[in-house]
Design a protein around this ligand. Structure first.
Ligand code: GLA
Length: 367
């Protein structure tokens, strides 16, 4: 059963459900510093958590109906655990409950309240934050023996099975295990990981290009298929198993270019993880953008322009598109004392060229 009603916006749990929640949990969005489109190739990634969180409050429902209220949308959706709701945002939550059930967790019907500060649709993993926060709240409510890696794995499965995105595990691992002061160096094949401090004197800036990621779904799945085909033709399990670009010579185009991005990007991540010099780290970010633009073909002119403006700024060490691409956000490593100035100057220049960008990280005060 699925019913949806447009309710008044941003009500709190008590107002919606007439009593307090039993548990509340939260999880952050993430921005990927380096290692784009490598996770579904068993490769390496280097994301970091952002300050914005998604919060999920829940309690057991009085009957067998789950009621989900999304404060940002002002929408309520009702469903039972036996039938997936059709509303897109609800499918993430339902997917998590359903995956948890399949692992043997006794999931009761729930009253659920979701609120989020994580910007949506720009590549900062608002969906992973929702999934991880949902599973954390469920763990607390039921006492289920789930560790943080297990939560990330269930969240990834929920996204693949119920939201229809054939994603890697980076976003869910970052939301579940990263913090805002260290990047998470993750080997997506083994899930081995290490916390990596940001290079001395640097901080992370994220700007939205204002371009909607309309092609992200289809383009993403196509790139993924190209990588799988390249690995098949090379006779390896995944492109992670290729170390040198010379090994790619036998591939036809565009597979050779796609594979070259993955091979060179993995090398950049491993190099960056040992970089204490922000300038050297920045050079790797700039090279990553060029590779995503030229070899992987997931950039758009507006992203290229915003990245150029960032890279040209004296207080920026390096910049690139972040997330799946086809629109969305850019990430820059900046002098930590100049973040606001860089944001203002670059956004002003972007706007003089007729584009509308905005500051996403660090979040504006009161945002
Ligand atoms: C999306 C996916 C991730 C990853 C990135 C690209 O964010 O969810 O798994 O593949 O794109 O690096």
């Amino acid at each position: 059963m699925t019913t949806s009603t447009a309710a008044t916006r941003s009500l709190d749990f008590e107002t919606v459900f007439g009593g307090p929640p039993t548990v509340t949990a939260q999880a952050p969005g993430r921005v990927n510093l380096l290692g784009e489109h490598t996770d579904y190739n068993d490769g390496f990634v280097l994301p970091i958590a952002i300050a914005q969180h998604t919060r999920v409050a829940m309690r057991r429902a009085p009957d067998n109906v789950c009621t989900l209220y999304a404060a940002r949308l002002g929408e309520t959706v009702c469903f039972t655990l036996d039938e997936a709701p059709t509303e897109h945002f609800a499918s993430y939550v339902y997917g998590c409950l359903s995956e948890a059930r399949q692992t043997g967790i006794d999931v009761p019907a729930l009253d659920i309240h979701v609120s989020s500060e994580v910007p949506m649709g720009v590549g900062l993993s608002s969906s992973a934050a929702l999934e991880v926060a949902t599973l954390r709240a469920l763990r607390e409510l039921t006492g289920a023996p789930l560790d943080d890696v297990h939560i990330a794995q269930l969240a990834q499965r929920a996204e693949i099975e119920f939201a229809g995105v054939n994603c890697g595990i980076m976003d869910q691992m970052a939301s579940s295990l990263a913090d805002t002061t260290h990047a998470l160096l993750l080997d997506t094949r083994t899930l081995a990981r290490r916390r990596v401090p940001l290079p001395r004197g640097s901080a992370v800036l994220v700007l939205d290009s204002g371009v909607a990621r309309t092609l992200a779904g289809s383009g993403y799945n196509q790139r993924r298929a190209e990588c799988e085909e390249a690995a098949r033709q090379l006779g390896v399990k995944a492109l992670r198993d290729i170390d040198t670009v010379a090994s790619l010579d036998a591939l036809p185009q565009p597979l050779r270019r796609r594979a070259r991005h993955v091979v060179t990007e993995n090398a950049r991540v491993l190099k960056a993880a040992d970089c204490s010099d922000p300038a050297a780290f920045g050079v790797l970010m700039n090279a990553s953008h060029a590779s995503l633009r030229d070899d992987y073909a997931v950039s758009v002119p507006e992203l290229d322009r915003l990245v150029d403006l960032l890279q040209d700024h004296a207080q920026v060490f390096g910049a690139r598109l972040t997330g799946a691409g086809f629109g969305g956000a850019c990430v820059a490593l900046c002098d930590s004392k100049a973040l606001q100035r860089v944001a203002q100057e670059v956004l002003a220049a972007f706007s003089r060229e007729g584009f509308t960008g905005r500051l996403l990280v660090p979040p504006a005060a009161g945002a």
